[in-house]
Structures are given as C-alpha cells and as structure tokens.
Design a protein around this ligand. Structure first.
Ligand code: 26Y
Length: 801
C-alpha cells in the first residue's frame, strides 16, 4: 500500500488534518496517534476481508478460543511489525520529526486479563494468525481492565483503569451482529408433535454487541478476529425500573474480576461467564450457517476451546442450542458437543477450582441448570454401571454435589480433550488432582506445554538482541524459532559473547533511566539485575526472595569483610484487592527496599526496587534487562509459568525450583545453565500428605531464619510493631504452608552460587547464550502447532492465500 516514504507521509499528513480538523503543524501527538492507528487498521482491513472470505469459501475448519481474559497490552508497534510496515513508518516519522516511541506511549494497554492465563490467550492469538491458522478469540470487552496500582507509603492502592477513555482505534463495533442473552425467568415445557419442548419465559434479556479486533499474522496476509462482547440494554426490556435495568445490564461487561478466590460466589461473575459463552456460540453458529445447513457435522468444521473452566458453560449452552433450537435428540447433541469442545486446566490449586452454589446458578440460568442436571444424571448412571455400589467415588466425581455445581467436573465430562500446561502439571493432574477422572477417561488427558510469542517478547521488545541474532544466524528464526538453536555454535566465540553482554548492558541502562525517572533512585547498571515479576501470590513466594534480601542485609551489617557482587533486586507484582496476605508482602518489600536503599553501607552492594503498576508494556522493558529470573514457586504449585520463558528468551538465567515449565527449561539448557534449588514436587506432595513439616523447628534452629523473622515483629523497620505479624504467623504459627523456611537454606546457597558464577563473565554470557539458543521450543508457535495437530485438527490456510 505504501510504496515510498513520501507516499506514506503525504497520506499520513492528509489523514491527520482530515481527522483532527487542524493543520498538521498544529496537530497534537494524540491526533497523530489516532490517524496512524486508523491508517494501520484500514491497511489490515484488506487482508482481514480476504482472510474471512477465504475461510468462508474454502470451508476450512475454524477454531474459537473462548477466554474470560485476553491480556493484549499495546497493539500499535505489534501490528506495524506484523504488517511489515514498521520500517517505513519509523523512517517517515523521523523525517517528519515525530518519535514513534512517544506516539506508542499514548496507547493504553488493553489489560483485559490478570496474568498468565490472559497473556497466554494473547500469545496464542498471535501464533494462530502468524501460522496462518483459522483461529479466533472470543472474550469480553470490559470497560475497566485490571486495576491500576499505585504504591502509597509502601501499600498497594487500586485505581480503576480506563483504557477506553480516548477510544480504542483497533476495534470495530458490529451492531448488526448483536445477540440477545436471557437470564432469570423460568422454564415451561409443552408437548409439541410428540416432543417435549422447553420455553424460557419472563427472561430478562441483555444485548451482547460484538466489537471486533483484527489479529494480524506476521507478514503472511492472514488477519483473524478477536471478538469482544459488550453488554447493553435490550431494545425490549421487561424490567419496570428502566434505569436500574440499564445499570445492571451494563455492569455485566464493566469490570474484569481480579483472580481472587476469596470473592467466590459472585453472581456477576457467573453472569459474565454465561454472557460470553452464549453470545459466542450464537455467533459461531451464525457464521457456520453461511456454509452449512445442518449442524450434524458441526464438530468437523468447528472446534471450541475453553481456557480454564470460566467458559465451561459452552458445554450446556451448545447442548441447549442443539436440542431446544435445532430439535436434536440428547444423544446426538451430546456427541456433537463433546466432539466440538476441548479444555485446558491452568491450576493445581484446589481452592482455585470453580464451584457454583445451586442457589445462585439455578435461578440465574434455569434452562442451563436443567441441562447440567441431566448431564450429571447420565454421568452418575454410567459411573454406577462401572463401579456398582461405590457411592463414595460417584459422589466425588459428580458434577453436582453438596448443593454445588463443580465446573471442572463438567469440563472433564463434556469435552474430548483435557490438557495441562507443562509436563509436570499434566502428570500432577493425572496422578494427584484428577486420578478418578483419569481412570475413566485416560485418552482425554494430554499435555501442551505453554509458550510465548517470540515476536512480541524478543523481536519487538528487544530489537538489539534480535538484530545481533539475525546477523549471526540470519533472520530465519523469526519464522522458525527452533532455529535459535544455531546460536549454540557461538558458545566459544568471545567476540559474540562480548556483543551479547553489550546488548544486555544497553537494555539495563534503558531500564535504569525509566526507574530513575519514576522513583528518583539511582541504580548501578553493572550490578546483577535479579528480577521477580508476576502476580503476587503466597505460592509464588515473593516472600522467600525478600527474606533472603533481609538476610543479606544482616550479613553485610554483621561482617565487614563480607562482600558480594553488587545486585539490584527488582520486583513487580499486583495483589488482588481482597488478598490481605499478598498486600502485606508488597508492604514488606517496600519497607525492606527503603531500609536497604537508604543505608549507605548496604546499598553499596544491594538495592531493592518495587516497580509500580506491573503490566505488559512495562514487562517489555523489564525482560530484556534481566540477568537473573526468579521462578521460585513451591514445587507442584505453578502450573507452568510463562514469565520464565520470556526471561530465558532474553538471555536471563533462571533461578528456580523444579516446578512447572522450569523443569522443561532445565531439561533443555542442562544443569550448568540454570540454578535450581529446594524441595521437589514429590517432596512437597509427600510432606503435605503427612500434614506438612515443622516450621517452628527451622525458626528455632536456623539462626539466620530466627534473626530475619524476629526483625519482622520487633520493630526493626521502625514501623508499627504488628505490621508484619500476619506474615510471621503464616510462617510460624500456621506452619508455613508454602515451605518458605524449609527451602530458605537451599535458596541462600543457590543465590551465593549465582554470585560466584557472575564473576566469571565469559562463562556467564555463555550460559546466557545457551538459554537464548534453547528458548525456541518455548515459542507459542510450537504450542499452537501442537494444539492444531493433536486437539483441534485444523490446518494452515497459508498455502491457499
Ligand atoms: C475463577 C477465578 C478465581 C480465577 C481467575 C483467573 C482463577 C484463576 C485465574 C487465572 C489463573 C492463571 O493465570 N493461571 C496461570 O496460567 C498460566 C498459563 O497457563 C500458567 O503459566 C500459570 O502457571 C498459572 O498460574
């Protein structure tokens, strides 16, 4: 479309003037952002239309990825890069005296997700499109994404997020594709032509209006769709109080729920889940109907994937549609449904498994509840035939039990594939978490180790490293990330290792500038950048990291001959607003940071930074600047982790437990290129069975631990005496559920190994290089290709275009 810089500039200037009604000279950066965004979207539209047409005419099987979260971040540069017009835009802007970086800053992060699960969905969309696969996202267009975090006096304060304040250039409202979703009311049944027919009467209807976003593949002309649903009042409300109805309706897509297991049972969350599922299935069927009349072969043309159990109502909803609206009998509808739907589990934490009390579920979704009851009845009958008399087993496996609907059981029974997100996680699901289901459905279980898009997390966010790599091994790795392995040949090339270290140094300088501008704290870019960024959760053990920092503080104070390689500890983490313990840990990190940074003796060696408002756009600056990647969850608790992969791909060395995907990183890079420590998953699961270990003994017998823990409660931080009592109690009085004290000594030892290793710079950069070289396996292109081949059975259309 843009044959030259001149042509692009002319069109851009015209566009700015037309849209803003100002002369170009008077236009603001925001005017320029809006104009550029519109131009890029229009540019993508040509391929968007042709991709859709091609899908329609070829009748290729389509996959729909249903997710309550899509953590997209910014899209401008990502789209420029994938459309292959980044260079022309960048050069033209330079000629016009505009900074593309400054323009990019005007785009709000689309933060429609909490963390790993939502970001995985975003990486998957990029890989689907970049592999030319017919896969689309379905989600909710939350008015407010994940809250904005401020740190005030060391405490987290949450502010509502407003990503739509200035509009969102990438979305297109499709009012003509709106659908109506019924809630409440009751069900009446009548006999019609010898069939029992169900009617949902007195339902309150909410209109779901789709907003579509183009998902641009990397230089391959494929543009898929992310369809986000907005909740709006119906044109035919039955409600008497119209204002109340409007408020209640709009609240359905108002907020993203923080991943907080504490506020379970919130009716609005269930409403959101059904809203997403019902709207998506209606629109999927509508699009299917453009090519096929009968739904009998639906599963041969459509796959629906549910991202964790949040969209699991897709199962009863598809059944409902087939039975109530299409007249299928139960058995046929069941076969079509289960063959269409596949499910990913993202957690081993039993408290995070969703359950809904019947008293909430039944009145809100009366027809869906009847269908779930019928699924349950039939499933329990089958179990009874297989295990006659084994009441206990049947009760444990039932979908409805103890006045609750168990969403994971519904997903296991109503789908044809169930996958975990790393090898160890899938094994834990099979052997420990869901062994009864594994016994009944051994063939459903499979593993799909997570991945990340190397286009965003290396090519876009670390352009200097990307260039260095391409100069060495050509840019083939962009299309085939496994080619990064060719870098192994450079292990003994000291010049290359030197260049690698220089890239890291420049990235560290850049991050230091950002941090200093925000906090006023000066940092030493030659120190080791040791980083832990992720949601704050007890199992992720940010606490272990901070206890170790306190220990280092004590060592430096106690022993004047103690010296270490200077280290900068960087944290970024949001805590769920209702998660008391997690918020205390944030306060502790900030308190320790202040004490350390203000002590001239200690801050010669260590500094501690808590980065406010960790989010995708900040993450893009952080990963390229990391030397050490902290992945220190209690073994068996982190399903996979994906931050670990982003660090690795940017040349940081993992310091971690043998948990989640760390295990597979270990297998690939080998013992000498990763620092592991702590209990294994088997150790943890065994100890847990025995009721834990004796944390008190570690407090009593390990002098280092006692000192650090006493400092939590003896006013050492000149804070209120009982500020950190809850943390102290979790470790000592409540017997340290997450094995923090148990792993402390091992963590201290491995940290000192890191310290030693960094002294041998040549060896360090070799480790870094091996990590980059082996990271291709963790590209989400590999993951998506496995889903496509083994679960969805879809094929690329790129040869057709
Ligand atoms: C239902 C509600 C309480 C809830 C909402 C969101 C529960 C959980 C979540 C999010 C979970 C999540 O992000 N899990 C993470 O998924 C990643 C992608 O598979 C994994 O890498 C990571 O280990 C896992 O914690």
């Amino acid at each position: 479309m843009f044959s030259s810089n001149e042509q692009f500039k002319q069109e851009f200037i015209d566009r700015v003037e037309r849209m803003s009604g100002k002369s170009f000279a008077d236009s603001s950066e925001r005017d320029q952002y809006q104009a550029l965004g519109n131009m890029v979207r229009e540019f993508a539209s040509q391929n968007w239309i042709s991709t859709n047409e091609q899908y329609r005419y070829s009748g290729t099987k389509q996959v729909y990825y249903l997710s309550i979260e899509f953590l997209l971040g910014r899209l401008l540069k990502h789209n420029l890069l994938n459309l292959g017009i980044e260079k022309i835009v960048e050069e033209s802007f330079t000629e016009l005296g505009i900074s593309l970086d400054a323009i990019e800053e005007l785009e709000a992060d689309a933060a429609l997700g909490n963390g790993g699960l939502g970001r995985l969905a975003a990486c998957f969309l990029d890989s689907l499109a970049s592999l030319g696969l017919p896969g689309h996202g379905c989600g909710i267009r939350y008015k407010h994404g994940l809250f904005e975090q401020k740190i005030v006096n060391g405490y987290q304060v949450e502010l509502p997020e407003h990503w739509l304040r200035n509009g969102h250039v990438w979305e297109v409202r499709k009012l003509d594709h709106a659908v109506e979703i019924p809630f409440w009311g009751h069900i009446e049944s009548t006999m019609e032509n010898g069939r029992l027919v169900f009617h949902h009467v007195n339902a309150e209807r909410i209109t779901a209006v789709p907003y579509d976003m183009p998902v641009v593949g990397y230089k391959n002309k494929t543009v898929n769709t992310l369809r986000l649903w907005n909740a709006e009042p119906s044109a035919y409300p039955i409600h008497k109080d119209i204002l109340k109805y409007k408020r209640e309706t709009e609240s359905v897509s108002e907020f993203l729920y923080p991943d907080d297991t504490h506020d379970e049972g919130k009716i609005l969350r269930l409403k959101q889940q059904y809203f997403l599922v019902s709207a998506s299935i209606r629109s999927i069927v509508r699009s299917y109907r453009k090519q096929h009349i009968s739904l009998q072969h639906f599963h041969e043309h459509v796959s629906i994937h549910i991202n964790d159990t949040h969209p699991v109502l897709a199962i009863p909803e598809l059944l409902r549609f087939l039975i109530d609206e299409e007249g299928y009998g139960w058995d046929e509808a069941w076969e079509i449904t289960t063959k269409t739907i596949s499910y990913t589990n993202h957690t081993t934490l039993s408290e995070a498994l969703e359950r809904w009390p019947i008293r909430i579920f039944q009145p809100l979704l009366p027809r869906i509840y009847l269908i779930v009851e019928e699924i349950n009845r039939r499933f329990c009958n089958e179990l009874w035939e297989r295990y006659p008399g084994d009441w206990k087993r049947i009760e444990n496996m039932a979908i409805i039990a103890n006045e609750e609907v168990k969403m994971a059981h519904l997903a296991l029974v109503g789908s044809h594939s169930v996958n975990g997100v790393a090898q160890i996680h899938t094994e834990i699901l099979k052997q420990r978490e869901m062994p009864l289901f594994y016994e009944v459905f051994p063939n459903k279980f499979n593993n799909k180790t997570n991945g990340i898009t190397h286009r965003r997390w290396l090519l876009k966010s670390n352009p200097q490293l990307a260039s260095l790599i391409s100069e060495a091994i050509s840019d083939e790795w962009i299309a085939k990330p496994e080619k990064l392995e060719l870098l192994m040949e450079y292990q003994d090339d000291s010049l290359f290792l030197e260049q690698l270290s220089k890239v890291k140094e420049r990235n560290k300088h850049k991050l230091v500038e950002t941090i200093t501008a925000k906090t006023g704290i000066a940092l030493d870019p030659t120190s080791i950048f040791d980083i832990q960024v992720k949601r704050l959760h007890a199992y992720k053990r940010q606490l272990l990291n901070v206890l170790h920092i306190m220990h280092l503080y004590n060592r430096i104070k106690e022993d004047s001959s103690f010296s270490i390689t200077p280290r900068t500890f960087i944290f970024g983490a949001k805590a769920s607003p209702g998660y008391y313990f997690a918020k205390k840990v944030i306060k502790l990190i900030n308190t320790v940071a202040k004490k350390v940074n203000e002590d001239s003796e200690v801050s010669k060696y260590i500094r501690v930074i808590f980065l406010e408002n960790y989010r995708v756009s900040l993450a893009e600056e952080i990963f390229p600047a990391a030397d050490v990647s902290e992945q220190i969850s209690t073994a068996s608790k982190e399903a996979s982790g994906t931050g670990n992969m982003k660090f690795m791909m940017n040349g940081a060395i993992t310091l971690g437990t043998m948990d989640g995907a760390n295990v597979e990183i270990f297998e690939r890079v080998g013992n000498e290129n990763i620092f592991t420590f702590g209990l294994s998953a088997d150790d943890v699961l065994r100890l847990q069975k025995q009721g834990g270990y004796r944390a008190m003994e570690y407090y009593q017998h390990d002098r280092r631990i006692r000192k650090v823990l006493d400092q939590l409660v003896n006013g050492f931080f000149s804070e209120e005496q009982n500020e950190f009592e809850a943390i102290f109690d979790s470790l000592v009085a409540h017997n340290d559920q997450y094995f923090v004290l148990r792993d402390f000594s091992s963590y201290v030892d491995v940290q000192s190994k890191v310290n030693e290793a960094y002294r041998n710079q040549n060896e360090w950069w070799k480790k870094s290089l091996v990590n980059i070289a082996k990271s291709g396996h963790f590209s989400s292109d590999r993951t998506i290709q496995q889903y496509a081949n083994e679960i969805w059975r879809i094929r690329s259309n790129s040869n057709v275009l």
